[in-house]
Design a protein. Structure first.
Length: 262
C-alpha cells in the first residue's frame, strides 16, 4: 500500500530527478475495447510507453480512457489489464509519479489504484507547474455545448448513490453489463463525431483559448482521438490524440511541448 509519506517521498524523488528528463502524457488507449489482435498491439505499445517513461521521464500524466472500462468492487477488480497496472505501479515505486485524470470510460476509478498502486487520481482536471509553465489538463468529455445529453448522463453515472447500488450486482454481472454499456457509448460517440467533428473541434479550441486567457501557458485535452497542436499567441493547445492505432503522446523537455507518435 502507498501511504501519504511514500507519496510525498515519490514527488521529492521526482523533483530531484527531473533535470534533463521529460514529462510524458498520453490518453485514450481504451484497453479492452477491440479485437484480440488489436488489443495485443495496444498492450505492447502501452508497455513500451511505460518503459520509455521509466527510462527518460520524471512524471507521467494519463489523460483519461486508458481503460475502456474500470470498476472496483470491494473485493474484485477487472483482471484483464493487471499487467499494465503492475507496470504503472513499478513506475511509482521507482520514484516517478503517475497522475490519472479520469475520462468518460474510466470515471469509476477507485481506491485500489490509489492505495495499492500509488497512482494519483484526478476526477475532473489537473493543474501542474512544470518546467516553468502552468499547464491545464482535462480529458474533455462533455465540453462541447452540443454534448448536453452526455452531461446529464455523466451526473447520473457518477452519482455516489448510483455507484453504491451498482456494487450490489454480482461482480461478473456488473462488469459484463458495464462493458456492454461502454461499447454502446463508443458507437454513439463515433456516430456523433462522424456527423459533427468540426463543430466539436471548434468547441474544444474555444475552451482551450478561454483557459489560456486565464493564465495557463498550455492546455492539454484528450477525448477527441484526433492529434492537434496549436501554438497560438496566447499559448499552446494540444489534443493528445489516441493510443489505439496512431499511438500519440506528448513529451515535455526543457520547457518545450512536442506531440509525437510511438
Amino acid at each position: 500500500m502507498i501511504d501519504s509519506k511514500q507519496s510525498s517521498k515519490t514527488d521529492s524523488v521526482a523533483s530531484e530527478n527531473a533535470r534533463g528528463k521529460s514529462l510524458f502524457v498520453f490518453s485514450d488507449a481504451h484497453l479492452g475495447a477491440n479485437d484480440p489482435d488489436t488489443e495485443k498491439v495496444k498492450r505492447a505499445k502501452a508497455l513500451e510507453m511505460i518503459s520509455i517513461v521509466k527510462e527518460r521521464g520524471y512524471r507521467l500524466v494519463i489523460l483519461g480512457d486508458l481503460f475502456d472500462f474500470w470498476f472496483e468492487y470491494k473485493h474484485a477488480i477487472p483482471k484483464q489489464q493487471l499487467q499494465i497496472v503492475f507496470r504503472l505501479g513499478d513506475l511509482v515505486e521507482s520514484g516517478i509519479p503517475v497522475d490519472y485524470v479520469s475520462g468518460n470510460h474510466d470515471f469509476w476509478l477507485g481506491d485500489f489504484l490509489t492505495d495499492e498502486v500509488g497512482i494519483t487520481i484526478h476526477r475532473e482536471e489537473l493543474i501542474l507547474i512544470e518546467q516553468g509553465k502552468k499547464i491545464f489538463f482535462i480529458h474533455g468529455d462533455g465540453l462541447a455545448p452540443q454534448d448536453w445529453p452526455y452531461r446529464i448522463l455523466k451526473r447520473i453515472l457518477r452519482n455516489r448513490t448510483n455507484i453504491r447500488l451498482y456494487r450490489l450486482l454480482p461482480a461478473d454481472w456488473g462488469i459484463s453489463l458495464a462493458r456492454w454499456v461502454s461499447g454502446s457509448s463508443r458507437k454513439h460517440t463515433s456516430k456523433r463525431t462522424d456527423l459533427g467533428i468540426h463543430s466539436f473541434h471548434g468547441a474544444y479550441e474555444d475552451y482551450a483559448r478561454t483557459k489560456l486567457k486565464e493564465g495557463y501557458d498550455a492546455v492539454l485535452i484528450g477525448h477527441l482521438h484526433t492529434p492537434l497542436y496549436h501554438d497560438w499567441p496566447e499559448g499552446i493547445y494540444i489534443n493528445t490524440g489516441e493510443f489505439i492505432r496512431r499511438f500519440n503522446y506528448v513529451e515535455m523537455k526543457d520547457g518545450k511541448l512536442e506531440l509525437k507518435e510511438l
